[in-house]
Design a protein around this ligand. Structure first.
Ligand code: SF4
Length: 215
């Protein structure tokens, strides 16, 4: 694990070494394996009490695309993998429609543990879990982030704007220049198949942004 100069204390998860309070903090930033172990052992919010296991994320750690959803559901909690089941199959089909296999992208969630009864994540839970996702983004350095569903979009973009109004625009993630595009959650598309056309537009929009980034 490399040692780096770093002053953003909000991204520190552990291994903090303070030399002098007026100097930048020197820390060892967790690599993928360390981060995954930290997530697996995390008890920072009450969701650890009800989870079967943490759901860290899955996929290609060199991926250009980072797909971010809300939180594990019952099946994800059982399997330890995000976006499985029918919604996961639809996500795979959506990706395939733009020439991407699931193994080409990286998939993660805002929360690493399942909220009981699939309730919405609470702000304090999101705040507790956010450093893990930030570190995943820093390690992955994706070329584009697809925020999938209202909860993911609103928490990534720090807004309470409704998802319909968030679609079709280019945002950036936190204090980076990584573009973020918003689309509907596949679970919603399964309930509202007429909206698939809009999700297709969102994917094409994201592809266009990625093409523009590469030029
Ligand atoms: Fe830790 Fe995140 Fe799970 Fe809460 S949801 S216990 S912060 S890993």
């Amino acid at each position: 694990m490399g040692i780096q100069r770093w002053v953003r204390r909000d991204l520190v998860i552990d291994d903090e070494i303070v030399e002098d309070k007026d100097k930048p903090v020197e820390i060892a930033l967790p690599d993928w394996e360390t981060l995954q172990a930290q997530v697996a052992a995390c008890t920072a919010c009450d969701l650890h009490k009800t989870r079967t296991q943490t759901v860290f994320g899955v996929g290609n750690r060199d991926a250009e695309w980072l797909i971010i959803g809300e939180a594990p559901g019952a099946e994800e909690d059982r399997k330890g993998e995000p976006f499985v089941g029918r919604a996961g199959q639809l996500l795979n089909a959506m990706l395939l429609a733009i020439g991407l296999k699931r193994e080409h992208v990286y998939i993660a969630n805002i929360l690493k543990c399942r909220p009981p009864n699939n309730r919405d994540p609470r702000p304090e839970e999101v705040a507790c879990c956010e450093p893990f996702l930030k570190r995943q983004v820093a390690l992955l350095r994706p070329k584009i982030i697809l925020a999938v569903g209202r909860i993911a979009a609103q928490n990534l973009l720090k807004t309470d704007t409704r998802i319909g109004a968030l679609r079709g625009k280019r945002y950036t993630y936190a204090d980076t220049d990584i573009p973020v595009v918003v689309t509907y959650h596949p679970a919603y598309l399964l309930r509202s198949p007429k909206e698939k056309r809009k999700a297709w537009q969102d994917l094409l929009f994201a592809c266009q942004i990625l093409d523009d980034e590469k030029q």
